[in-house]
Ligand binder design. Structure first.
Ligand SMILES: [Zn+2]
Length: 232
């Protein structure tokens, strides 16, 4: 395979990102956005001259509803295999995931209210995945020089795609217009910071976050210092 042919296309699907790895008949979609924006995917396939069956794999960075919203129709349209982390396979199968804990006063309140008012708020629609990542998953079998790595913290089964120095992170990083990089909802903030440290040590340079525009790692490193003082 020729790595220079690989294109990374980040698109907003509702308020979440979906990333298309354009790689001919071995293309991959990472996350499926918020439900109700299915036409986005069809438009995008046309734009890059891809047939639905050129999508061979759908990777879920985690199973929150805003990343799994179009999973079922997309899996049906493409016939792609669906890969989830082993820690969230059951959540996806049962269509339930616990509401993450908010990290600020406001998000803590939302989280608490959510638990009471609508316990399935953050849940995906039930789906049985075909492939499981236990820790690392090599993408070479899809002709891509890269791998899926476990990046727990936002959720227990959060995972990211690493392509050289580029990380497609799901909600391990976000990049909101108000400057927030550290996700305001995280099941285990301390673990998330440890994951960040590990990723910095690996030398990542550019991040495609779960929400917002791509960012350089330096911006996340500044935020890391602020949260480290608060949490560790
Ligand atoms: Zn999430």
């Amino acid at each position: 395979m020729n790595e220079t042919n690989l294109k990374i296309i980040s698109t907003r699907v509702g308020y979440s990102n979906s990333i298309l790895l354009v790689n001919g008949s071995n293309s991959i979609i990472i996350d499926t956005g918020v439900r109700g924006y299915f036409h986005n995917f069809k438009t995008q396939l046309n734009q890059f001259n891809l047939k639905p069956t050129d999508i061979k794999l759908i990777i879920l960075t985690h199973t929150h509803y805003d990343h799994t919203g179009n999973l079922r129709p997309l899996a049906e349209l493409t016939g792609a295999k669906v890969l989830v982390h082993k820690n969230e396979f059951e959540n996806l199968k049962n269509g339930f995931i616990k509401i993450p804990t908010g990290q600020g006063t406001y998000s803590r309140l939302i989280s608490k209210l959510g638990r009471i008012v609508y316990p399935k708020y953050a849940s995906p629609k039930p789906f049985v995945a075909n492939l499981i990542n236990e820790n690392e998953f090599d993408l070479r079998e899809f002709g891509i020089e890269g791998k899926i790595i476990s990046t727990p913290g936002h959720t227990e089964g959060s995972q990211s795609v690493l392509l050289g120095k580029i990380l497609i992170s799901g909600d391990t990083f976000i990049n909101l217009p108000n400057g927030i990089i550290f996700p305001h909802f995280a099941n285990n903030p301390k673990m998330l910071l440890e994951t960040w440290q590990k990723l910095f040590d690996m030398g990542i340079e550019e991040i495609y976050p779960g929400h917002g525009k791509p960012l350089q790692v330096e911006k996340a490193m500044e935020e890391f210092e602020r949260w480290r003082k608060r949490i560790i």
